[in-house]
Design a protein around this ligand. Sequence first.
Ligand SMILES: *Cc1c(COP(=O)(O)O)cnc(C)c1O
Length: 390
Amino acid sequence: MNETGSVSTAPLRARAEIDLAALRANVRALRGRAPGAQLMAVVKSDGYGHGAIPCARAAVEAGATWLGTATPEEALALRERAGVPAEVRIMCWLWTPGGPWRQAIEADLDVSVSGMWALAEVREAARLAGRAARIQLKADTGLGRNGCQPGDDWAELVGEALRAEAEGLVRVTGLWSHLACADEPGHPSVDAQVALFREMVAYAEQRGVRPEVRHIANSPATLTMPETHFDLVRTGIALYGISPSPELGAPADFGLRPVMTLSASIALVKHVPGGHGVSYGHHYVTPGATTLGLVPVGYADGIPRHASGTGPVLVGGKWRTVAGRVAMDQFVVDLGGDEPEAGTEAVLFGPGDRGEPTAEDWAKAAGTIAYEIVTRIGTRVPRVYVNVAT
Ligand SMILES: *Cc1c(COP(=O)(O)O)cnc(C)c1O
């Protein structure tokens, strides 16, 4: 079944197969790593390119009790359309002034507040809505990105949040932060951030905040640092079966399995002589007479142009390499004289157990991280869900 629910047997130009059984198993593996904590399935950016709604549903079926997104729009869409039970909490953390606070309150979202402007806006929206907003105060314990600075800023934010709580306009449901270097075990910033987080939580609790959840762990921290688990772990990339960093280990080392398989139907196979330039700029020239295969996906589909000349593809049981430049809609592989038929499947990446490359292989080929590889797969590539039913 595809995303629109229609069953099609027509061969597709390209497809991203999403294995929801793998996703559910990944959720169970992650819960096993953090048995004392609840699990938030982070499904921002359309579930890291896998489809937020089907992934959210599958994660909840496997025991996630929270869903997390960056933007309020993403969170509102989940509440409206994911069909998850009302007791599943949905949190979003990336707000800008004038954001949809009132809709968020009415949709029972947990909203992150990093500073005084946000607290003022959510308080006013709660007054208009006639009900309390669930807010989670975010501490910057060292990432240097979003979140409230320790010291006077934190004291002021906590104090004002308590005043708003006393007025019945907010309920402070959480205290939370985010790690800078969790994917580098032993990095001194991790212990420093956890220690500061404990202090900032203790300060807020001494002043009278009664959070339901305190949380700081992302995927790498969930997998490798139990001391960061607190009440809730926020896992993104690991849900999708990708290791947060190859230095930490391969997915299988953590009992994880990649969820997305990206493949395309070879559009054309042809013989060319030696010395034939291939694709824009002729950065590849055939070393001798050979066959070329046309793979009908390009950078508009999220195939990184930086993988020109390096990206791996499995065709007919053999790894081939992008020959020359990745174009907007297509790239070419040198098939070395093999003559697969047009329509033969080219697998760009998947779990790896059929011998295909992985998203991590593409990340290496493009000089980036696997997060970016899966997240950038474009909307022109249909997501095809398999193992939808439990
Ligand atoms: C994206 C994100 C996560 C999930 O990170 P992963 O490394 O993918 O597990 C957790 N918390 C916040 C604040 C995020 O933005």
